[in-house]
Write a protein that binds this ligand. Structure first.
Ligand SMILES: Nc1ncnc2c1ncn2[C@@H]1O[C@H](COP(=O)(O)OP(=O)(O)OP(=O)(O)O)[C@@H](O)[C@H]1O
Length: 277
């Protein structure tokens, strides 16, 4: 399963976000963003710090209103949190409730989403199994390591069986070894659950390793500066993939694009660079 399907799952059209700051001034963080994600695509979003990655993700998730433009999930406009979308944030420590067990945390969106009690336990078990935490259901989040807590947050998102998973720098706060394991976990879940994923990261290597497509944002006010296809084999491996010559080429291309974005304050769209196949 890859990005082969042509059905548009998520459509982002001319999304603009202007923040109203103190004393009545306005700040245009996002100028005009347009892209589609097709069913089953895994795309990473990279760009300079402050380019509006989190702003965009919140607008897509329906957690923040756009100033203009439209986000649609399966053709229906998104105006608030949508049943078919789940979000995983960087700050797992703040997104899990410390007074609830791991199983209760994972089951919470099912409960609030009206999933019958008889179904909930099975779905929670399945989700914990998917992230390798079958034995941790009765524990509390604070009894787990950071990496395990982030697995719980991923399990909670997966339990809701979203068609679209939005991830905002979910591994920025974990150590390198755990990060590599979580990257492989997300790719496995993506394949097994046939999801469409939009993953925000600062880490260029991570974007190339994870995605089938990397969207590079310009500096703020933001537009999509580049849309780069990641033509690596579908089976990824931390050692084999990362040491492949093609990985190095793609990494260099994304790096150059992000460097360009840092100086490209007018948000011009740069012509594609020829990369040797
Ligand atoms: N609530 C707010 N009010 C005013 N300006 C804001 C607000 N939130 C974000 N901004 C500004 O909007 C711009 C985009 O911020 P955002 O956090 O979306 O960028 P980012 O690409 O996710 O940043 P980073 O890579 O550093 O996490 C920044 O200049 C930021 O200062």
């Amino acid at each position: 399963m890859t990005s082969g399907s042509q059905q548009v799952r998520l459509s982002v059209k001319r999304v603009q976000k202007i923040y109203q700051t103190g004393s009545g001034t306005r700040f245009e963080a996002v100028r005009s963003l347009t892209f589609d994600l097709h069913d089953g695509e895994f795309a990473c979003l990279v760009g300079p710090s402050g380019s509006g990655k989190t702003t965009l993700l919140k607008c897509i998730a329906g957690l923040m209103q756009t100033t203009s433009g439209e986000v649609a999930l399966d053709g229906s406009p998104v105006s608030g949190p949508a049943a078919g979308m789940a979000v995983v944030f960087q700050e797992y420590g703040r997104s899990l409730f410390p007074w609830m067990t791991v199983a209760a945390n994972v089951g919470l969106p099912l409960k609030t989403g009206g999933v019958p009690k008889s179904e909930r336990a099975g779905r929670v078990r399945e989700a914990l199994e998917a992230v390798g935490l079958s034995a941790a259901g009765a524990k509390y989040p604070w009894q787990l390591s950071g990496g395990m807590q982030q697995r719980v947050a991923i399990a909670r998102a997966v339990a809701a069986r979203p068609s679209v998973l939005l991830m905002d720098e979910p591994f920025a706060a974990v150590d390198a070894q755990t990060r590599a394991e979580l990257e492989d976990l997300v790719r496995r879940i993506w394949k097994e659950h046939n999801m469409t994923i939009l993953f925000v990261t600062h880490d260029i290597d991570e974007s190339v390793y994870l995605a089938e497509r990397v969207l590079v944002l310009s500096s703020s006010p933001t537009v999509i500066q580049n849309d780069i296809k990641i033509d690596l084999p579908e089976e990824r491996d931390q050692l084999v993939t990362r040491s492949a010559p093609r990985f190095a080429e793609l990494r260099a291309e994304v790096y150059e694009r992000v460097q360009f974005a840092k100086t490209n304050i007018n948000g011009e769209v740069e012509p594609a660079r020829q990369v040797l196949a």
